[in-house]
Design a protein around this ligand. Structure first.
Ligand code: ADP
Length: 741
């Protein structure tokens, strides 16, 4: 049967004489054969869940065995749902694995399990299977399958309905989101059933099979008392395939309320939390099962294990964004990306010394003590006071003590003075409002409410106007304690103005840096495209050979043509994705002060400019009229020119590395931006080609940067051109139409 003689699987298939062969086979031979495992995924290679599961699988296998050869194949059912695809996959797998059949097949996802059930006899007869990435219901619905072991997952919103109302009574409504693929729809049906069966008191609304643009609009307008539950979105109603994780991140960015996802792969990029079992853990569990089978257990004797239960995982950064107190999460929640806050970092020292102080002072007040004891106590109190004073004064965190009764500041430490810029003498006796804290709305009333509530604050960002009129963002942590019988707030403050700005800059830069990512993705993309291209080539050759026969087998040729078509579609899919990466989905035109945009864009990459030792000179005529354009795209175009200029000056001596950015009105209705450098310049022969896609003279260059600038210029009704300049470098001119008044 073509299997290595050492295969334990063959032995377990129950065929007596094979057992005999095995028993008689030299032991060394049996040991030497490296077991082969085939992972058969339902979806495509780029799906994050697949990557996670495979990673977990590899990690899990590594725990048990030194050598296992792992193969991975992808049925890609969303993009190729037709029956004929299953047939061509069968043919492909049969041919591919004829010489090296797997010892165990791991089917991942319901479609793959169905495929294995239907085609195992043809493809891998007698080979044991492991199944993963499925629910119990999938199993009931699927064709019966034997000789498999597996562990189901539970994808359910049940814990959300059970737990969220307990910790967030202000949330009154769940908004469920699903795409148009059958898998998406199934998730929605499941979720709706759970909603019907659960008396959570929450209203349920849905956005189902909507186009992404209207979905974005819908989630941006949700009322505050809503929680979005993002289920799955593999397919748009127009038939375009999507990566659910990416859709989730984009939705989370536009949503007016927090988004909770149903799969753990959605986590980390904008979603507030997930309620899910981990795909990585599923991979590890599948690997455990595979190694048990490789060690001789029969899959049927292992059977279907109890499922892994979903758990809540929250992103601390998002909780902060939504002012969601991390102390009011469902029990057992995991919080990731948590940076210890001010209070957490210093509470031990501050509260510890306060506690000593308070306990001792109350002992003194409350007890009738002998004179001697009293003296001892008074000394201890002084020591403790001194210790507290030492911690208070020496603390690197800005600390103030504010009386609860009237909100007046009782004491501040030196770090508070330097953070706020207000001398101690000026702070004492004044309220935070008088000191420059800017509370929106009716600030007096809100401050009084806060004082009365006695609530602690954690990492609460508050605007503050320093005496020199600079606006700072302070992150505050407060705790109500009793000091000498008087309730007071200990307030710790940290200046996070720089962090805020950096986060904002990073957010804005991320759009521009999508292009930079392209470089890194080149290798992966070319691999993805090369594979179908190679298949197309060999299929074409095979077809030519068949056609050269006297009586060409037309059916076979037709089949080959359909394979070619499939591979071609696959290659163009990959290219579509690259395109989606570099072009923004929607274009939003608005009047733009170009000088500000240019300066601002360079600020975004100030660090990189500095690292490369480049000076950027601006020569922008003041009072330029605005242009009409899409801010993000113009930024991207301009940053591409700047990056190219910096790259062209890599060999220029540092003292000469200068980029000049100028903007002038070129004619009555046009404005011209010029980016000039002192780099290598452009070979005359290349001047006509540099704006072509994929033209690059750089090692590893994609040749897409200028092509993109060209399309952005065109989209704006403008032009881009290049020429060499007197300094030996290149000048790039981008002309844009002025806003019509
Ligand atoms: P890539 O940077 O990936 O090569 P681009 O589209 O950004 O792709 O640029 C295409 C080619 O144009 C570059 O490879 C380079 O030869 C040339 N080029 C672009 N900008 C400059 C410049 N400022 N100075 C010299 N040559 C440049």
């Amino acid at each position: 049967m073509g299997k290595p003689i050492g295969s334990r699987v063959a032995a377990r298939s129950g065929v007596g004489f094979l057992m005999l062969v095995l028993l008689l086979a030299p032991a060394a031979l049996a040991k030497d054969a490296t077991p082969r495992v085939l992972l058969l995924f339902s979806h495509d290679r780029l799906l994050p869940a697949n990557a996670e599961l495979e990673e977990g699988f590899r990690e899990g296998i590594g725990r048990h065995r030194d050598e296992v050869e792992i193969f991975a194949e992808f049925l890609d059912v969303v993009r190729f749902p037709e029956r004929s695809h299953a047939e061509s996959m069968t043919r492909y797998l049969r041919e591919r694995y004829a010489g090296q059949p797997p010892d165990v097949v791991v089917a991942i996802g319901p479609q793959s399990i169905g495929f294995l059930a239907g085609h195992r006899e043809q493809l891998f007869p007698g080979t044991p299977g492991v199944i993963a990435g499925f629910t119990n219901r999938d199993l009931i619905a699927a064709e019966p399958i034997t000789e498999v072991a597996g562990r189901p997952m539970v994808w359910t919103i049940e814990p959300i309905l059970d737990e969220i109302p307990k910790c967030r009574s202000d949330i009154r409504r769940l908004h469920l989101i699903a795409g148009a693929a059958p898998f998406d729809q199934q998730r929605l049906q499941d979720a709706l059933k759970v909603c019907e069966a659960t008396d959570s008191g929450l209203a349920v609304t849905t956005s189902v099979g909507e186009e992404l643009s209207s979905l974005h609009d819908a989630v941006a307008r949700l009322p505050r008392n809503t929680l979005v539950v993002y289920l799955s979105y593999f397919l748009t109603p127009g038939g375009a395939t999507t990566v659910p994780r990416e859709v989730g991140s984009e939705l989370a960015a536009s949503a007016s309320v927090p988004v909770i996802g149903l799969f753990d792969t959605y986590f980390g990029d904008g979603i507030t939390g997930v309620c899910a079992a981990s795909f990585r853990d599923e991979g590890i569990a599948a690997a455990d099962l595979v190694s048990r089978i490789l060690a001789g257990e029969a899959p049927d004797s292992i059977g279907i294990l109890p499922p892994a239960e979903p758990r809540f995982v929250f992103d601390a950064r998002q909780l902060k964004r939504w002012n969601w107190d991390p102390d009011v999460l469902p029990a057992g929640s995991i919080v990731r990306h948590r940076t210890p806050g001010l209070w957490e970092q210093h509470r031990g020292a501050v509260l510890g010394s306060l506690a000593v102080l308070l306990v001792q002072s109350s002992l003194i007040g409350g007890l009738v003590v002998t004179k001697r004891r009293q003296t001892r106590m008074a000394q201890a109190l002084r020591r403790s006071e001194a210790r507290f004073a030492g911690i208070f004064a020496g603390s690197p965190s800005a600390v103030a003590i504010v009386r609860q009764s009237d909100g007046r500041t009782v004491e501040v430490n030196p770090a508070w003075e330097s953070t706020t810029g207000i001398p101690r003498a000026d702070s004492i006796g004044r309220t935070p409002l008088e000191l420059g804290f800017v509370i929106e709305g009716d600030s007096e009333q809100r401050f009084t409410e806060f004082l009365k509530s006695g609530k602690p604050l954690r990492n609460y960002e508050q605007a503050f106007r320093a005496p020199d009129h600079r606006m700072l963002t302070l992150s505050l942590a407060t705790e109500l304690v009793e000091l000498h019988g008087e309730p007071c707030y200990v307030v710790m403050a940290e200046d996070v103005t720089g962090v805020r700005e950096a986060t904002e800059a990073r957010r804005q830069l991320s759009r521009a840096s999508r292009l930079a990512q392209l470089g890194e993705m080149t290798a992966a993309i070319s691999h993805e495209v090369n594979q179908p291209l190679a298949a197309i080539l060999s299929n074409t050759e095979a077809a030519e050979m068949l056609m050269a026969q006297d009586a060409p087998p037309i059916d076979e040729v037709r089949q080959i043509l359909s394979d070619i078509r499939r591979d071609d579609l696959r290659a163009s899919e990959v290219i579509q994705r690259v395109r989606a990466l570099v072009t923004r989905k929607e274009t939003h035109f608005e009047p733009i002060a170009i000088g500000d945009l240019l300066r601002h864009s360079v600020e975004l990459i100030a660090h990189e400019v500095k690292r490369r030792g480049v000076a950027v000179e601006f020569d922008i005529v003041p009072g330029l009229p605005p242009v009409t354009g899409d801010r993000g795209q113009l930024e991207q175009a301009f940053l591409n020119l700047i990056f190219n200029a910096m790259e062209a000056m890599a060999e220029t001596p540092v003292a000469r590395r200068q980029i000049t950015v100028s903007a002038v009105v070129e004619s009555a209705d046009r404005l011209r931006i010029t980016v000039g450098d002192r780099g290598t310049g452009i070979d005359d022969g290349n001047l006509g080609k540099i704006f072509d896609s994929f033209f690059s003279t750089k090692e590893g260059g994609m040749g897409l940067g200028l092509a993109l600038v060209h399309s952005i210029a065109e989209l704006h009704g403008g032009r881009i051109g290049a020429e060499n300049n007197a300094s030996g470098g290149a000048d790039f001119h981008l002309t844009l139409p002025l806003q019509r008044s």
